[in-house]
Design a protein around this ligand. Structure first.
Ligand code: LFR
Length: 469
């Protein structure tokens, strides 16, 4: 049986289990299992179906045997900010309400009445997104304070799956920073903020960093799978894992392209200056206590929703072809506008925005898709200008990683609008980052630098230069 490490990478629209191992000094990946992820509606809220997701994880682990793979370790990453609360008998007190749910509407402003925006930013370095965990917890405090008082455990989504696999409750550091409740400098839960908001601090667990071990599998699960393995911590925030896969991170702006586009640079320290606050850049905790200074851009969510609005009649590559044919159509929207976060109809919101701003209204699929891609490229360009202003220097290269880097049209558009070299790849950046963290924990790779060298020699990247004359 082939020994390997298993990455479980779950995004907002799909999850996958990918096995990785080192063969002849290169990282080799085998996709083991893939499944869908969707929001469900429960008691008037959009939620993640964590029970269904856990059973998909288990199915994927079973599938390893059929593929002749024997994982020595497993690591789980997902999107950030969302969580469940457990009670005194470890029963779930809350559903895993999703960050696109409207329960946080208006919460940010209420929190600012207790703690100023500036203080929050100076202490945590985290961007203001209405869905951050801090505002989700505050909304529970307002609607069901007794739940917060009863809660014994705060577990983010990957922490919860780790608990189900091992029985151990830990909070992983990189994902914890996305709560906006971790001090960016001490790297610990910011007890002062919790006290001031009246949020029960006892439910938070010790924080563990990527490459730590959570524990072995529960005995009954090891028996069920027919093998034991170590449950290890990668950067459990998917973006944290993805950015590890940027091979040449110095002097490069990365775009982790998926449901969201996360655009930024890697640092060894947080940047909490006024301009960073004004431009709403975040300093998320990363592997090796590095920081991701980045901005969230609405990303491919917009085209995913457009696809859904057209009843899945067109594939993503159909949209690219159709957009390519809509050459004369020209209109852009501000993708950061909150109206695009969870609209009933993305197409209608895009049309409404264009009409309100006196632009041509996209009416056919190619025009809608072109509007989305052009708008994304414009917002990347704006974010890059902001980064360059804060850094007081120009960056030459943009490295697009993740599933979205397969969109050749968008890659070319980025090269054309920014006039910079665009590198595309690796596609499975998040799973790769997850696997190398496990290999470091197992002593098969020395550190993040060695991991990045290996990633560079293992995966092809495609280069795009501006075609504008
Ligand atoms: C990307 C991501 C982003 C985070 C958003 C919400 O999948 O993790 O980094 O801001 O989802 O959790």
């Amino acid at each position: 049986m082939g020994k390997c490490s298993l990455a479980v990478d779950i995004g907002a629209s799909s999850g996958r289990l990918i096995a990785g191992r080192i063969v002849n000094n290169k990282l080799k990946l085998d996709e083991v299992y893939r499944f869908e992820n969707n929001l469900i509606e429960k008691d008037g809220h959009f939620c993640w179906d964590v029970d269904a997701l856990f059973s998909e994880i288990k199915k994927g682990i079973h599938e390893c045997r059929n593929k002749g793979l024997q994982p020595t370790s497993i690591g789980i990453d997902t999107w950030a900010v969302d969580f469940v609360l457990l009670g005194e008998n470890d029963e779930r007190l809350t559903d895993a309400v999703a960050y696109r749910d409207s329960r946080t509407d208006g919460m940010m402003e209420e929190v600012f009445e207790i703690i100023s925006k500036e203080r929050l930013y100076l202490e945590t370095g985290i961007q203001f997104q209405k869905f951050n965990t801090i505002y989700q917890l505050f909304s529970i405090k307002k609607s069901n304070p007794e739940i917060l008082d009863k809660a014994q455990s705060f577990l983010m989504i990957p922490d919860y799956f780790n608990y189900l696999l091992t029985g151990q409750k830990v909070n992983e550091y990189t994902n914890a920073t996305s709560t906006q409740l971790v001090n960016a400098f001490t790297k610990k839960w910011d007890v002062g903020l919790l006290d001031q908001l009246g949020i029960n601090k006892e439910m938070f667990h010790d924080m563990k960093a990527p490459t730590s071990e959570v524990g072995p599998l529960k005995k009954e699960l090891a028996d069920e799978f027919g093998f034991d393995m170590k449950v290890l911590l990668p950067a459990t925030h998917d973006t944290g894992s993805a950015v590890i896969s940027v091979p040449e991170v110095n002097d490069t702006i990365y775009i982790s392209s998926g449901t969201w586009s996360l655009i930024g640079v890697e640092n060894h320290f947080p940047i909490c200056v006024t301009k960073a606050l004004d431009y709403n850049f975040t300093n998320e905790g990363g592997m090796d206590y590095r920081y991701r200074f980045l901005k969230n851009i609405m990303g491919l969510w917009m085209i995913q929703e457009v696809k859904r609005n057209y009843d899945d009649k067109y594939s993503f590559s159909d949209f690219v072809d159709l957009a390519n044919k809509a050459t004369t159509f020209q209109a852009t929207v501000n993708v950061d506008d909150n109206r695009f976060l969870k609209p009933d109809s993305m197409i209608e919101q895009i049309q409404k925005y264009c009409s309100e701003t006196n632009q041509p209204i996209p009416n056919i699929p190619g025009e809608v898709a072109k509007c989305v891609f052009d708008s994304l490229a414009v917002s990347y360009q704006t974010a890059i200008a902001q980064i360059e202003e804060i850094y007081e220097k120009e960056f030459q290269t943009i490295n697009v990683i993740g599933g979205g880097c397969q969109n050749e049209m968008l890659n070319q558009l980025i090269a054309d609008t920014t006039n910079k070299e665009v590198l595309a790849g690796p596609v499975e950046a998040t799973a790769i980052g997850n696997i190398v963290a496990q290999l470091i924990a197992l002593g098969e790779l020395k550190d993040i630098n060695e991991a990045r060298r290996m990633i560079k020699q293992s995966f092809d990247v495609k280069k795009y230069m501006t075609q504008k004359v």
